[in-house]
Design a protein around this ligand. Structure first.
Ligand SMILES: [Zn+2]
Length: 253
């Protein structure tokens, strides 16, 4: 579900996404709480669009197990899940494709899994999944200036993906603002990433894009709602951070 705020003007929208990975549903709770707390009410010069749950089928499977699926799907899903009836650690979508490997950004440069899997299978081809297509259709129509993909866990920020030096400097300035406000740490591991939404945004759209891993690494997957408040506390400056990102994006030469 995408919620449009203010007007729809090209290059003046930031997109915030949650639950690309199924077991990381705390990120949807975080986005909903940001909206509920009216954190964005003073932003008037750009739009914010929330795709609070990119992967609803996967989230259902992680939260409620096989009973969330139609009967004809259950046998196949149990096989994919290594005959385990506990689906709480599931990351993929309802077909067993990892949506954050399915984007067209050096697709399958690194292969974690060769077939349908609870996590790490990139799909038969780039953009094979309806969720990926839906995101891309939306992104192509909106033309965002900035995106944030929320994942869990580890309290880390990723922003680089083989940008030119000039864009790398721009994007680093923005990432450092988020690092300061959240207390999270910037990590630079672009050499081991491919097919992610952030990767696509940086590589194809040439816009700043962050992956933010919320929640302490000491917490277990899936992170329970009882930890939402302490995670939310670290993201209360999100409106200022977005405003900063917009100013850097629009003024950077
Ligand atoms: Zn993730």
């Amino acid at each position: 579900m995408a919620v449009e705020m203010i007007n729809n003007v090209h290059y003046s929208t930031a997109i915030l996404l949650g639950s690309i990975h199924a077991r990381e549903n705390i990120t949807s709770d975080l986005l909903c709480k940001m909206i509920d707390e009216n954190l964005f009410e003073n932003i008037t010069n750009f739009n914010i669009s929330f795709i609070v749950m990119v992967n609803p089928d996967g989230v259902e499977l992680s939260k409620n197990g096989l009973k969330s699926c139609p009967n004809f799907e259950r046998k196949r899903l149990v096989e994919i899940n290594n005959y385990n009836s506990d689906f709480s650690m599931w990351k993929a979508n309802g077909r067993g494709v990892d949506l954050n490997n399915n984007f067209d950004a050096d697709f399958k440069k690194f292969i974690n899994s060769r077939s349908f899997s609870p996590g790490g299978f990139a799909g038969e081809f780039a953009e094979s999944e309806i969720e990926t297509k839906a995101i891309l259709n939306y992104v192509k129509s909106i033309k965002p200036f900035f995106t944030i993909s929320y994942h869990s866990k580890g309290e880390e920020i990723y922003y680089n993906y083989f940008q030119s030096d000039n864009l790398l400097k721009r994007d680093k300035i923005i990432a450092e603002k988020f690092e300061k406000s959240t207390g999270y740490l910037i990590k630079n591991v672009e050499n081991f990433s491919c097919g992610g939404f952030k990767d696509y945004c940086v590589q194809t759209l040439k816009i700043p894009a962050l992956t933010i891993e919320v929640g302490s690494d000491e917490l277990s997957h899936p992170i329970g709602e009882e930890f939402l408040e302490e995670i939310y506390e670290k993201h209360k400056d999100i409106a200022n951070d977005l405003d900063f990102a917009y100013n850097i994006y629009t003024n950077y030469k």
